[in-house]
Design a protein. Structure first.
Length: 231
């Protein structure tokens, strides 16, 4: 079953001009980052290793600009982003399967940078409020070094189970993030707050947490607490 899809139109590698456009998109983002956010992050992480490392900081800035809805002066990062697809080749990237068994089908017909830019510009096609929840996932994808599989899903979504259940069900995601055993159905406010405080302490740099990842970790813990206390 098709869960998410991204069509990126681009000039062929042998063509001297460099252009990027978007085609058909299936990018669900509810609950955030959604299956669409996972696919965009996967495209970025898969093709970034073949992109000039000097361009990575500007890719991070571009993600933030698109998230804020700013006008992007073209060309940017050696490519021109446009609407017209005439004369361009197409690459199709898909996320297929179900909550327990998923596969990333990434098929590029162009330059690696074209694929990364297509995934970044696809943020423009997402609801403005949802962009702010998908953007941090794309930033994590810029830092990912490894295969695109269960470990990748776990890292960018914060779900340790390594499947997409937590991405499609926010309550299961929250239970998993706060460390409740698999199969837990009901939790009390006292239990939620106790596990939240323990995880928050572990994530803080003063108690051994990563300085670079602390902000993301604390934000996700707060969201998990909110979800469980509201349901």
């Amino acid at each position: 079953m098709l869960l998410a899809e991204l069509e990126i139109w681009h000039t062929r590698p042998i063509t001297p001009t460099r252009r990027v456009a978007l085609g058909h998109l299936v990018l669900p983002t509810d609950p955030a980052p959604g299956l669409g956010g996972v696919l965009l992050a996967a495209v970025i992480a898969a093709y970034l290793p073949d992109v000039d490392a000097e361009l990575v900081p500007d890719l991070g800035r571009l993600i933030d600009q698109v998230t804020r809805g700013e006008r992007i002066v073209q060309p940017r990062l050696q490519h021109r982003y446009q609407i017209d697809r005439h004369g361009l080749a197409v690459s199709v990237h898909q996320l297929n399967g179900d909550a327990d068994h998923v596969t990333f089908d990434l098929h590029s017909m162009g330059r690696p940078l074209s694929q990364v830019l297509g995934a970044v510009y696809a943020l423009e096609r997402i609801d403005f409020d949802a962009r702010r929840t998908v953007a941090p996932v794309l930033h994590r994808a810029l830092r990912w070094r490894g295969p695109i599989g269960p470990s990748f899903v776990a890292d960018i979504s914060g779900v340790s189970r390594g499947d997409l259940v937590g991405v499609t069900d926010p309550r299961l995601w929250a239970l998993d993030l706060l460390g409740f055993p698999i199969g837990t159905l009901k939790v009390t406010k006292k239990e939620v707050m106790a596990r939240f405080r323990t995880k928050l302490r572990d994530a803080h740099p003063d108690h051994g947490g990563s300085n670079t990842a602390a902000g993301d970790a604390i934000e996700r813990l707060g969201e998990a607490r909110r979800i469980l206390l509201q349901t």
